[in-house]
Design a protein around this ligand. Structure first.
Ligand SMILES: C[S@@+](CC[C@H](N)C(=O)[O-])C[C@H]1O[C@@H](n2cnc3c(N)ncnc32)[C@H](O)[C@@H]1O
Length: 333
């Protein structure tokens, strides 16, 4: 049954399991608040116990992370190694793929048999996605908007997640009324000028009155970052067309950010980020109630909705050089 090479092959075969446990460990290092305590300096097991942690279990968890080179555990003292500290920047990827979607990957077999979609943690998806957007989609949207005259009085983020994307962008336009729409939007408004509504984007846009007297009518700029892919599977193509058409009424603009669907393109899957991020990202879309489509599909859909693309750009290649993530500004034709 075994050969002289067995143990070497076993170690190799177990690396995905090591990665699985480590990804969960890193996510929980963040979620438990331990990372934030350690980032400001050395702590102790006693401090962690005083703040509510179970001492024995926490010591075991930290020992595991120490063996993986992320923390130092010397007696009672705990600190982050430089490798551990460097994880701070990448926290949102763990929030999205582990916090939001670990449960999804546990449902692969069940979901492949048909029936219902796999579930996800919607609130963590919003937190992780907006966190990643700070690196890719938000700078992209800022670049797109910098090239057009900005006269909007309302900035409406459809599928706003935890609202941080909207809050960051609204800071660029003092006095603008920022409105976030999402079933998982924050329950409390950020301020008088930053309000949230737990609603479906389709219903919200349908309910807006684009008419009324010109004076006093809000000039609207809509944002739909990674949202149309959700509506496409939930409601179907015709409703996405209607959403785009409705959003553009009354001389409004719509900024869309989407991901090109190219899971069978070797140039994508040979790319480091292709295997590390987009391969699992494409997979989770197959399992959950979302549908990715190609850039061509989206351009045809915008055309059908009576929209013209007034600007189109890709994410900064220093962050993501796959060329998959694109954004466009739409106006009514
Ligand atoms: C991938 S996240 C994108 C979050 C944020 N826009 C960003 O750029 O990171 C997609 C968001 O769309 C929301 N969403 C899903 N279906 C929706 C719907 N029908 N109406 C409004 N929001 C929806 C989800 O709850 C989630 O927060």
């Amino acid at each position: 049954m075994t050969d002289s090479n067995f143990e070497v092959r076993l170690i190799e075969a177990l690396q995905p399991i090591r990665g699985f446990a480590l990804a969960q460990g890193i996510y929980h290092l963040f979620l438990s608040g331990i990372f934030d305590r350690l980032v400001s300096g050395t702590s102790t097991l006693q401090d962690l116990e005083d703040s509510g942690a179970h001492r024995g279990r926490t010591a075991g968890f930290l020992r595991y992370l120490a063996n993986e080179g992320l923390v130092l555990l010397q007696g009672d003292a705990v600190s982050l190694t430089s490798r551990g500290r460097e994880l701070a920047e990448f926290r949102p990827w763990y929030e999205l793929l582990i916090g939001g979607y670990a449960q999804t990957f546990q449902q692969i077999t069940e979901t492949l048999r048909g029936g219902s979609y796999a579930s996800r943690d919607g609130a963590m998806v919003g937190i992780g996605s907006c966190g990643i957007s700070r690196y890719d989609a938000l700078p992209l949207v800022r670049r797109l908007l910098a090239n057009m005259p900005m006269s909007a009085t309302q900035l409406i983020d459809l599928g706003c997640g935890d609202g941080t994307f909207l809050a960051d962008l609204a800071r660029d336009y003092p006095g603008i009324h920022a409105i976030g729409i999402d079933p998982f939007a924050p329950l409390l408004s950020g301020s008088e000028l930053l309000t949230f509504c737990r609603a479906s984007a389709v219903d919200y846009v349908r309910s807006l009155d684009p008419e009324g007297p010109v004076a006093g009518r809000p000039r609207r700029l809509f944002l739909a970052a990674f949202l149309l892919q959700e509506i496409l599977e939930q409601e179907g193509r015709a409703d996405v067309v209607e959403l785009v058409r409705n959003a553009l009424r009354g001389d409004a603009s719509l900024v869309v950010v989407e991901v090109d669907h190219r899971p069978a393109d070797p140039s994508v899957m040979r790319h480091g980020l292709g295997l590390a991020y987009y391969n699992p990202y494409y997979l989770l879309h197959v399992l959950t109630e979302q549908r990715l489509e190609t850039t061509r599909f989206w351009l045809d859909l915008f055309e059908e909705a009576g929209a013209m693309v007034v600007a189109r750009q890709h994410v900064n290649p220093e962050v993501d050089s796959t060329g998959l993530l694109f954004g466009c500004v739409l106006k009514s034709r």
